[in-house]
Design a protein around this ligand. Structure first.
Ligand code: ADP
Length: 523
């Protein structure tokens, strides 16, 4: 029998034990017989008991008792079943259950935290845009001219405000990534073009620090990758900024970009081929002990008593997560005092896939679909510089504004940057305050109004007519629309159309206000 069987007399003394009982107790039947069973045995009842076994761990056993006769005397038959394995399985199941519940709770807590952070960042960012917008108005002298000290103080407000906005944007990005809310606009794009775009953005800072920056295209063919071009540029700009920040004047920073089927072993990648961008600097490098932690949030390498560099310690965290979201990776190799190499890897698109995409009418470039006014606003903010450039170029080419050719860029663009940036901010604020009038949207509108009035007065000084002014606003409207459509080629997108309607309303209001100001100034 698999079950142990023990027969005891009414006095509790063991009279018989079968082989299964012998192995359960770890004793022979001769040793067991004549000793007391030691546990009250009541007929008809089932109990779980611990059997202390000689020379082994205790065993959990299920005990059943029935009355019987044994050699003519009333006795009890005890059957003992080893339930140790079942007990263990039950305990393990309970433990797994507990772990699962703890995990679900931790995930919910982390999700709640990320949602809280995402919401807080919005709440922080929108008023910050108003702070910066008003500081820019003061800086433009719209409310009257400033003395040197006031100008200095306003520039400090602007500097700190923009820095804070940068931090808030990073926290918002990280929270979005963690909450799984970051939407990527995946598409085909040229690796070299993205590198050039990123380099152009950091070149002025690098040059002002005396650091040479360059892009080197390693392959003859232009590698194409699958990713969100804006996000790839964001990662590269972040790497380049770090490289410039941690390299002394006289040093150099380079991006090598190319195609490979054999990525560095430390990259967590499957399949291939891969497009890579290596950002190589001749800077201070990173000690081996620190290298693993720089991708953790809020980590900045301690450098003795020197002041910590400006920054949040979030840039690399976000960059690596973005890279992995796009099915790539971000890796680093560095040696203290010898410079660093950060490498971004993304899936390459081979010739056949590229041709197929071309046949389907897709072309390399960001294929995006904006989902809301806020995204449209953000797209506009990202397109600020190209928008200003093409706006000024078109003004110079217009026959209605002959003087435009001889005017400097700053005279033509002047406060238009503030106007367009604020427009982006207003779209974000409108989306975030949906359905409710808020002070933030009102602030945005007031900034638009003041800039438009100043614009009219300034154009009057340049000798423009009302017709020229009207034409200029139309050009600005067209360039803004072009910037948005560049990021959102999907014409039917309701959010894009809604954004364009709001922008058209602001432009109409701008025309009216600035023409009134122009007429007033000419009188
Ligand atoms: P931060 O905004 O502080 O630069 P990052 O996440 O981008 O945050 O970088 C984290 C830290 O990694 C930096 O503070 C710096 O100590 C180190 N680091 C990043 N890039 C470089 C580099 N090119 N050379 C040396 N150290 C670097």
């Amino acid at each position: 029998m698999a079950d142990g069987v023990v027969i005891i007399g009414l006095d509790g003394v063991i009279r018989f034990a079968n082989p299964a009982a012998e192995s359960l107790f770890g004793r022979s039947s001769a040793e067991l017989e004549g000793t007391s069973f030691g546990f009250p045995a009541i007929a008809g009842e089932t109990a779980e008991i611990q059997v202390v076994r000689a020379g082994g761990p205790p065993v959990a056993a299920e005990l059943r008792v029935v009355d019987m006769d044994w050699e003519g005397d009333p006795a009890r038959l005890l059957s003992l079943r080893d339930v140790t394995d079942r007990k263990r399985a039950e305990e393990r199941a309970a433990q797994l259950d507990g772990e699962r519940i703890a995990r679900v709770e931790a995930e919910a807590a982390s999700q709640a935290k990320s949602e809280f952070l995402a919401m807080m960042s919005h709440e922080l960012r929108t008023p910050l845009n108003a702070v910066i917008g008003y500081a820019e108005l003061l800086d433009l002298g719209i409310a009257g001219s400033l003395n040197v000290e006031q100008r200095h103080q306003i520039s400090r407000i602007l500097h700190s405000g923009r820095h804070l906005l940068g931090l808030v944007n990073e926290v918002l990005d990280l929270a979005k990534v963690e909450a799984g809310r970051l939407s990527l606009n995946m598409g085909l794009a040229h690796a070299g073009q993205t590198a050039d775009g990123a380099l152009a953005l950091v070149q002025p800072v690098a040059e002002s620090r005396g650091i040479q920056v360059s892009v080197q295209h390693v392959d003859d063919i232009a590698p194409t990758y699958d990713g969100d071009e804006d996000r790839v540029r964001q990662i590269l700009v972040n790497l380049l900024n770090n490289a410039v920040k941690f390299t002394d004047p006289g040093g150099s920073v380079r991006i090598d970009c190319g195609l490979t089927t054999q990525p560095d072993p430390e990259a967590r990648l499957m399949g291939g081929p891969w497009v890579y961008w290596r950002v190589v600097d001749t800077g201070i490098g990173i000690a081996p002990a620190q290298i693993a932690s720089i991708f953790d949030p809020f980590v900045q390498v301690e450098r003795g008593h020197t002041r910590q560099s400006e920054g949040s310690g979030l840039g690399l965290t976000i960059s690596r997560r973005l890279a992995r979201l796009m099915r790539g990776d971000l890796t680093v190799r560095s040696e203290l005092g010898m410079g660093s190499v950060f490498t971004l890897w993304l899936p390459a698109v081979n010739g056949a896939a590229r041709d197929a995409a071309r046949r389907r009418g897709e072309s390399p470039g960001p294929a995006s679909r904006l989902q809301g006014l806020a995204e449209t606003g953000e797209a506009l903010l990202r397109e600020l510089e190209p928008t200003l450039n093409s706006f000024v170029a078109r003004l110079r080419a217009e026959p209605v504004m002959p003087a435009a050719q001889s005017l400097r860029f700053s005279q033509l663009a002047d406060h238009i940057g503030t106007y367009v940036a604020n427009l982006g901010g207003v779209l974000i604020a409108v989306e975030e305050s949906r359905g409710q009038p808020t002070g933030l949207v009102a602030d945005g509108s007031e900034i638009q109004r003041l800039v438009a009035e100043r614009h009219g007065a300034q154009r009057a000084r340049l000798g423009w007519t009302a017709d020229a002014l009207r034409r200029e606003w139309r050009i600005l409207g067209e360039e803004i629309e072009r910037a948005i459509r560049r990021r959102a080629p999907d014409v039917d997108d309701a959010a894009v159309n809604e954004s364009l309607t709001i922008i058209a309303r602001f432009i109409d209001q701008g025309i009216e206000l600035s023409i009134r100001a122009l007429t007033r100034a000419l009188r």
